[in-house]
Design a protein around this ligand. Structure first.
Ligand code: GTP
Ligand code: MG
Length: 195
């Protein structure tokens, strides 16, 4: 997809701030620091659009990016960040539950996992939960530049096996550093958004 137009519509802290229009949207999901904001920047070809950080917990609100006057990308705070207090984690859980369960505009979820490591328990639970709610998922195995090519296939297989990825959900090897997987990711996303 050629991205001609990007605008940050809103950083929403609670559900009543989510955009009201019925435009389709795709949301990011994944552990804190896995590379969700970087993924958005790579797909949009705009380096500083979504704020990234080496420190986990950078994204704290649901950030709505309005693309080409047609759809939204939603950058979401990551899960599994130990330093967040219990009450903050619970508050996050409630907002996300409402979002993923009730948001009609949501056409699919891009779930990111770090291809270097075995998916965490949180990753497994999140994928199960998304499937329970019958959301189409695109699994992005990211940070591929951090392991040797010879390991790619085995690591992708491990992701598929651990998450028990269903047949309809693509698993795409990706790197925000090199742009690997970018076109495949776009095809998978537009298919979920507009079919
Ligand atoms: P939160 O907002 O905290 O949930 O994190 P996030 O998932 O949005 O992660 P973010 O995009 O901020 O990236 C975290 C760190 O990982 C940054 O230092 C990025 O530069 C780095 N990073 C992200 N993707 C890649 C990748 O594909 N390869 C490499 N080498 N580094 C990456
Ligand atoms: Mg982020």
């Amino acid at each position: 997809m050629k991205v001609t137009d990007v605008e940050l519509t809103i950083s929403a802290a609670k559900p009543d701030q989510f955009p009201k229009g019925l435009f389709p949207e795709v949301a990011l999901s994944g552990r804190s620091n896995v590379g969700k904001s970087s993924f958005i920047n790579t797909l949009l070809q705009r380096k500083g659009m979504a704020r990234t950080s080496q420190r986990p917990g950078k994204t704290q609100t649901l950030n709505y990016y309005w693309i080409n006057d047609r759809f939204h990308f939603v950058d979401v705070p990551g899960y599994g960040y130990a330093k967040v207090s219990k009450s903050e984690r619970e508050a996050w859980g409630r907002v996300m539950e409402v979002y993923f369960q009730e948001r009609e505009q949501l056409k699919g979820v891009v779930q990111l996992v770090d291809v270097r490591h075995k998916p965490t328990e949180d990753d497994v639970m999140m994928y199960e939960w998304l499937k329970y709610h019958e959301l189409p998922v695109i699994v992005i195995a990211t940070k591929a530049d951090k392991i040797g090519r010879s390991k790619w296939a085995a690591h992708v297989d491990r992701v598929k096996k651990e998450l028990q990825v269903v047949e309809d959900d693509p698993v795409i090897l990706f790197s925000s550093e090199t742009g690997l997987g970018k076109e495949k990711a776009w095809s998978a996303i537009t298919e979920k958004l507009f079919s």
